[in-house]
Design a protein around this ligand. Structure first.
Ligand code: SF4
Length: 247
């Protein structure tokens, strides 16, 4: 079984959209959002995947979500059928932290690749969880977003050395660092150096869930990216649709 997030109670979050971030930005894709996360970022824009009633880890909006309304368990066959109802040849598996459900995800993606062999499979991850052995060969791209100190997570949980070293060596992995203030950049530079992350696989992206915030932060962040030889990514979906589910 896979545990998905919901757009509305009882409605799984499977949708067509343009990929909003990173190397695939602007590509038509079908998305599936899985529930649950092992981290707790204080600015997380999908806290409805993990901050269920009783979870009091800090979050800037201090919202609590009802588990029954925000999660939905589906069989691998049911999830695959919902995804295949969308015509796009690119799948983005996002969350939450999708790799927490590696075994079920492997079974789901195997069904999808049987039905649509050319399907390009992309997984968005916070980079802390090893990829399930059965899932790994089925994935074409990993968008790895390690969480910096400003996320509020303990570095011992958020920055796992053996995982970061492995991602840095994997040509399928693209790093995407969320940046809130210029003070975050030294931490990224240190990680780049420590793990020998290739500059052309390193994106910086402004934190923000409103166009005005993204535009303000993009001005100085784009300059910094240019200076440091990093890549820059906006958050296209926020400009197009705002901070909404199913987009
Ligand atoms: S790792 Fe991603 S899903 Fe998890 S809390 Fe952080 S931003 Fe949210």
């Amino acid at each position: 079984m896979l545990t998905l997030a919901t757009v509305n109670p009882g409605e799984p979050e499977v949708f067509s959209s343009l990929q909003g971030e990173g190397p695939g930005m602007g590509r038509p894709s079908v998305f599936v959002r899985l529930s649950r996360c092992n981290l707790a970022c204080r600015w997380c824009d999908t806290a409805y995947t993990w901050r269920f009633s009783g979870d009091n880890r800090p979050h800037r909006d201090d919202l609590a979500f009802t588990r029954a309304d925000n999660q939905l368990a589906l069989s691998e066959e049911e999830a695959a059928a919902l995804i295949l109802a969308h015509p796009e040849d690119r799948l983005v598996i996002t969350g939450g932290e999708p790799l927490l459900q590696g075994a079920a995800l492997a079974r789901t993606v195997a069904l999808l690749k049987d039905a649509r062999p050319a399907l390009h499979v992309e997984i968005e991850t916070n980079g802390t969880v090893a990829v399930h052995a059965a899932l790994d060969p089925l994935v074409d791209q990993f968008n790895v977003s390690p969480k910096l100190a400003h996320s509020g997570n303990d570095a011992a949980l958020a920055l796992v050395p053996e995982r970061l070293a492995a991602w840095a060596q994997d040509p399928r992995a693209w790093f995407k660092f969320v940046v809130e203030t210029p003070a975050d950049l030294a931490e990224i530079a240190a990680l780049q150096q420590r793990y020998a992350i290739a500059a052309d696989h390193l994106f910086v992206m402004p934190e923000g869930t409103a166009s005005a915030t993204l535009r303000e932060r993009s001005r100085w962040l784009a300059e910094e990216a240019l200076e440091r030889g990093w890549r820059f990514t906006d958050r296209l979906h926020i400009h197009l649709y705002g901070d909404t589910r199913g987009t």
